[in-house]
Structure formats: C-alpha cells, structure tokens
Design a protein around this ligand. Structure first.
Ligand SMILES: NC(=O)c1ccc[n+]([C@@H]2O[C@H](COP(=O)([O-])OP(=O)(O)OC[C@H]3O[C@@H](n4cnc5c(N)ncnc54)[C@H](O)[C@@H]3O)[C@@H](O)[C@H]2O)c1
Length: 328
C-alpha cells in the first residue's frame, strides 16, 4: 500500500518522498504550494519527484471533506505528515495561517488516519521550538514543553496533544518527531543557512540576532530523513495502559554557535560575509540542542553529517540551482 507524504513539495517532504521512492514504495504527495516562500522552488522539487510510483495531490490539508474524499481508505496505510505553516517569526504577524495549517490540518490527518482500513502508522513533524525558553541543555523529551514562546511552537505542541488523544481514543500508532534546525540541498529560503548563503553571494549584509550570541543544533537533511524512515518502519506497540504514541527529538546533538556557521559558509563559498548585529527577536530562543538518546536507543538513529560536510554539500546545490545569483 502507498505512503501519504504531506508537504511533499516542501523541503523535508521532498527528501522523504524521494527516499521512499528509492526503496520502491508507492507515494502519494499532498501539498497546496503556499506562497510562504518561492513557489518556483516547490514546483522544482515536485518536478524532481516525477516517477511512475509518485502521484501528487495539490490540496489544502485543512479542508477535511476534500482530503477525505481524495484519498481512499484502502489506498494508503502509512502517513508521513510534514505539511505545516513553519517559521517562528512569521507567526507573530500571521497567526491564523498557523491555526489553519497546523491545527485544522493536523486534525484532518488524524481523521484521515482513523478512517483508513489499515492504519499502520502516522509519523508527524513537531519542532524543537516546543521547548520554548527551556534553559536545561540538551533538551530532552522528559523536559517541560509547556511554555512556548511563539504561536508556531504552541501549534506544534497542540499537534502532539491532539495526537495523544487520538492514539488513546482509537489505539492508533503515532510517532511525533521534534526536528532541530534542518538544512541541506533543496532547503528553505527563509532559514539561516539558505538566506545567509544567498546574502553572501549577493554581497548583502547578514543580520545576526542577539548580537550573534545564538546556538543551533543544525541537522543535515539526510540524517533527518533516515530518522523519519526508521520511525515509520517501527510503529509503537500498544502498552498495557499507555496509548501507542511516542515522541522523539531528532537532531544532531551538537549546538553550534552562529559565528561558526558563518565561518563554514565563508569557506564553502570562498567569499567574506558582511555581518551586522541586532538584538534578539520576539519568539526566538537563544540556544537549541537535542538529547537524542531515546531515538538512538529505540531506532538506532545516528546523525553522521557534521556542519563541515553538510554545508559544502548545500553550497554546491545552491550554486547549481541559483547559477544566476552566484556569478563567476
Ligand atoms: N526545517 C526545519 O528546520 C524544521 C524544524 C522544526 C520543525 N519542522 C517541521 O517540519 C515540517 C516540514 O518542514 P519544512 O522545513 O520541510 O517546511 P516547508 O515549508 O518547506 O514544507 C512544508 C510544506 O507544507 C505545505 N503546506 C503548508 N500548509 C499547507 C496546507 N494547508 N495544505 C497542504 N500543504 C500545506 C507548504 O506548501 C510546504 O511545501 C513542518 O511541519 C515544520 O513545521 C521543520
């Protein structure tokens, strides 16, 4: 049976669908191509997914009757739900887009999953941002995630709670993955690695918030996808009392200072960055780092791509995709 990948035109969804096709799965991709960032990049990812075993549905996830009608009960048995309205800063000015995609959209996936003939496993994206201002590092799933500092984080935490309720009510196997700052080829133009690279090539200044005093657990996309697929292949079994749902951090387990990211980017591009410093932005957190002991223990997850390997790979992709911006 096929796997449904939501957000298939997005960054992580594209890579996940690609990996599933490579291992001979049939994949249905769903995405409504939101204009949050350049739609041409989303269309290019879809073009790169063209395959006889890939079918694309351009649909809004948060439209339950249409989604439930478009996908047959016997057509899929697993869902990798990655579609969402991402971005911490954007959620300050566009709150309802988050309620639409991340709350109604997530609930639609739960309903779709519940109505499948064989609901084998639903894997969905959560985020490190649920840890809010947590000061204990690295972040562990046993830490409190009840103090979000952005609406984006609040919607991701709500997704985890809704999933728990459905797993409990209907004994549906589900796994939530809290991603930590994913980067790599075909990445997201709104995120630091992509936008800094673009600014370096354009000779534009790069703004480092909190005066550069920030650390991120950058995770290479191939490592993330390996974790997503490992999770998909190991649905949680029902416990005696506990519902069949679980949550994992999925990161690199290594917090890197932003100035180090700039150094690696300068080396990979062969250009000097022009840095400006600015205060902390509302909704942002100073530092993230994932405790990945659980996913390592349960699923054998082991990230293998340090920044020094992953960034040059990203820059190579950037140069081939944005030839016009790179010059000679
Ligand atoms: N990239 C990261 O570092 C990161 C970190 C933490 C969590 N996440 C989560 O991982 C998931 C994938 O993120 P990404 O980086 O690939 O983002 P992305 O924006 O590239 O992909 C998300 C896709 O979802 C689609 N989408 C949005 N609203 C939709 C709707 N209503 N109906 C159908 N499709 C819709 C968008 O068009 C987009 O293509 C998201 O849930 C995101 O919140 C990502």
């Amino acid at each position: 049976m096929a796997v449904l990948v939501t957000g298939a035109a997005g960054f992580i969804g594209y890579h996940t669908a690609r990996r599933l096709l490579d291992r001979a799965e049939t994949v249905i991709g769903l995405d409504n191509l939101t204009p949050y960032y350049d739609v041409a990049l989303k269309r290019a990812r879809l073009a790169a997914l063209a395959h006889p075993r890939f079918r694309f549905l351009e649909l809004d996830l948060a439209d339950p009757p249409i989604v439930l009608k478009a996908i047959g009960r016997d057509e899929i048995d697993r869902i990798v739900h990655l579609a969402a309205q991402p971005g911490v800063r954007y959620s300050i000015d566009h709150p309802f887009e988050y309620a639409h995609a991340n709350l109604t959209g997530h609930l639609t996936m739960l309903e779709l999953f519940r109505h499948l003939a064989t609901p084998r496993h639903l894997v969905y994206a959560s985020s490190s941002s649920v840890y809010g201002g947590n000061r204990k590092l690295p972040f562990a799933t046993s830490d409190s995630a009840d103090h979000p500092v952005s609406l984006y984080a609040a919607t991701k935490k709500a997704d985890e709670l809704m999933s728990h309720a459905y797993a409990h009510l209907y004994q549906l196997p589900m796994t939530g993955l809290r991603f930590f700052t994913v980067y790599g080829p075909w990445g997201r133009p709104d995120m630091a690695v992509y936008s800094f690279t673009r600014d370096i090539y354009a000779g534009r200044p790069i703004t480092l918030f909190n005066h550069g005093d920030m650390m991120r657990d950058f995770t290479y996309v191939d490592d993330i996808v390996a974790g997503v697929i490992a999770a998909l292949d190991h649905p949680p079994a029902p416990g005696n009392d506990a519902p069949p749902c679980r949550l994992y951090n999925i990161g690199n387990n290594r917090a890197e200072p932003l100035p180090r990211l700039i150094e690696v980017l300068e080396r990979a591009t062969g250009r000097k960055a022009n840095i400006r410093y600015a205060p902390m932005q509302p909704g942002d957190v100073k530092e993230t780092c994932a405790d990945i002991d659980d996913i390592r223990h349960d699923l054998g997850f082991q990230p293998t791509t340090p920044l020094d390997i992953g960034i040059p790979r990203f820059v190579e992709w950037f140069k081939s995709f944005h030839k016009d911006e790179v010059g000679t």
